[in-house]
Design a protein around this ligand. Structure first.
Ligand SMILES: O=P(O)(O)OC[C@H]1O[C@H](OP(=O)(O)OP(=O)(O)O)[C@H](O)[C@@H]1O
Ligand code: HPA
Length: 189
């Protein structure tokens, strides 16, 4: 395990640009809850936050969904605590049977969409009757690989520009998932 550069981790936080304050993010989670409730309140869904990044928004969203649902989790990673994506590695597949069920996947960020595409395809292959996706943040860019089917998130909290971000579950090299807001890493000048 390479030793972490604590100075770099602290510097990145100090120099980062705040894109959305804690209050703005909390408001976005309330909006997500309203959108999900309107669509799924009568479907007794199974809700799976995607660990690690979906831990914060998943937990915050769950207590705002005031209708019958089952909550589990799944764990998949593509960036492995770096700032660029690779192939998806499953660390834990859903442990609740999704056959014939409406499923809600909750994640922190839709970037290239590869992670959520694979998870949605997996749930469909396991027999889910429908699979919806809620993300706290959607990143705007044109980098999506052409091989990726054009999955769209069904419920989006906030739109962000094409910068590497952290906070509210999103990490910078494994750190700052706890940052109280959404911050963009400052590019080197
Ligand atoms: O749209 P994509 O380009 O596929 O990227 C989005 C995914 O990347 C992050 O997970 P990561 O692989 O970093 O694992 P983590 O959740 O443990 O941070 C994030 O939590 C999303 O799940
Ligand atoms: O900008 C990002 N930040 C944190 N995690 C991510 N996973 C994909 N894109 C990002």
């Amino acid at each position: 395990m390479p030793k972490i550069d604590e100075e770099e981790i602290k510097r990145v936080y100090i120099q980062a640009d705040l894109l959305y304050s804690e209050a703005e993010v909390e408001q976005a989670i309330n909006k997500l809850a309203a959108l999900v409730t309107e669509d799924m309140a009568d479907k007794t869904p199974v809700v799976f936050p995607v660990l690690n990044g979906g831990l914060v928004v998943g937990g915050k969203l769950l207590t705002k969904l005031n209708f019958p649902l089952e909550a589990g989790y799944l764990h998949a990673t593509r960036y492995r605590n770096t700032t660029s994506g690779h192939s998806l590695e499953w660390l834990m597949k859903p442990q609740i049977d999704v056959k014939g069920r409406a499923v809600l996947i909750v994640d922190d960020i839709f970037d290239e969409g590869i992670t959520l595409t694979e998870i949605v395809n997996y749930c469909h292959a396991e027999g889910a009757s429908e699979v919806k996706v809620a993300v706290l943040v959607h990143k705007n860019h044109n980098r999506t690989p052409t091989a990726t089917p054009a999955l769209q998130a069904d419920f989006i909290g906030l739109e962000i520009e094409d910068r590497y971000v952290f906070g509210y579950g999103m990490d910078y090299k494994g750190y700052w998932r706890n940052a109280p807001g959404i911050f963009a890493v400052r590019e080197r000048e």
